[in-house]
Design a protein around this ligand. Structure first.
Ligand code: GLU
Length: 328
């Protein structure tokens, strides 16, 4: 370990990048602003449509405890589908391999809210990160937790070392009032016996879950276990705690790489090449195994529901650092 210009001790593997990270993030922030106006803020959930479009935040959390941020990295935003990563991890911890009887693990190649595959595939969603698959996961957790919102927030508070996380009731209500398509999927899966609870109850939980808010800095910190072999980084000098086994962590990252960006997963793998999870709030979180995590947020989305500036920023970061070039 050697001290670097930013004051952080880094392993030789990413010493060079870490030395330049603050400057790199400034550069990416400046370049990304040229893309303002190229996407549109999600408005199919009315409350999300009210978010100011020209915002950009980025945070890099390193497994050595370092954190670098730029722009609006401390501003909380609506996690939306990024919560599917955490609910999936909680369900995997609870059920292990049995989980795969309820949901698949193949990319869907279809829109995040598509219903068509459910018909031909007997109500078993392709993967846990599209809406149908996430609804099954929320159904599983609804059977397990009387208050799923507290269970999820509890896990996030622990992982982010942040006691003040919450979900936004206005956003949850706005999504719940317009959740007709998700409700249709839930009923369809129930007709196939792949839903244990009443769809109304699961949708209540799902909409609260999606309305969870975090900043880029908090999100990067909360996902660091995925870059750290499943160990939750202890910030107080105590030994790291195992949150997920190394084997399960490897599998979660594989799924994020293949299924984490809806029907743009192939494009993301080509451009960025890292496990990612995107959300229609404009957030993206990426894992650089053994190095750290990157959270980026910019609300303007492309046609597939992914953040335009966010994808650009991650692409530039891997170009400028070489991250991911040796991890696949
Ligand atoms: N709550 C959103 C929905 O179900 C999440 C979608 C997303 O972020 O991709 O439509």
């Amino acid at each position: 370990m050697a001290p670097t210009a930013c004051g952080i001790k880094c392993t030789a593997r990413f010493l060079e990048c870490a030395m330049n990270l603050p400057a790199l993030l400034d550069q990416i922030h400046t370049e990304a602003q040229a893309l303002y106006g190229k996407g549109r803020v999600a408005d199919y959930i009315p409350a999300l449509g009210e978010v100011a479009p020209r915002q950009f935040g980025m945070a890099v959390a390193l497994v050595n405890g370092g954190m670098h941020t730029v722009g609006d990295a401390q501003v909380p935003f609506s996690l939306q589908s990024i919560t599917k990563l955490f609910t999936f991890v909680i369900a995997l911890k609870l059920m292990g391999e049995e989980l795969w009887q309820r949901v698949g693990r193949e990319p869907s190649g279809a829109a995040f809210n598509s219903i068509v595959q459910l018909e031909t595939e007997n109500g078993i969603p392709r993967n846990p990160f599209i809406n149908a698959g996430a609804l099954v996961i929320t159904d599983i957790l609804t059977s397990r937790y009387a208050h799923l919102d507290y269970a999820l927030l509890g896990a996030l508070r622990r992982l982010a070392d942040e006691p003040n996380l919450h979900w936004n009731p206005r956003v949850a209500r706005s999504e719940r009032e317009t959740a007709h398509r998700n409700m249709a999927m839930a009923y369809f899966m129930k007709s196939h016996g792949n839903f244990q609870n009443e769809p109304e109850l699961v949708l209540d939980n799902y909409c609260r879950q999606c309305a969870t808010e975090m900043s880029c800095a908090q999100l990067a910190q909360a996902t660091l276990f995925l870059a750290n072999g499943g160990r939750d980084l202890a910030l107080d000098g105590q030994p790291d705690e195992l949150f997920l086994s190394a084997e399960q962590t490897r599998r979660v990252n594989a799924l994020l790489l293949t299924c984490g960006a809806y029907d743009a997963a192939g494009d993301f793998a080509y451009r960025i090449g890292l496990p990612v999870k995107t959300g229609v709030g404009g957030g993206i979180v990426a894992v650089v195994p053994e190095v750290g995590t990157v959270a980026v947020w910019a609300p303007e989305l492309d046609a597939k529901g992914n953040s335009v500036l966010g994808a650009f920023a991650l692409e530039r970061l891997v170009q400028l650092t070489g991250w991911g070039h040796t991890t696949l």
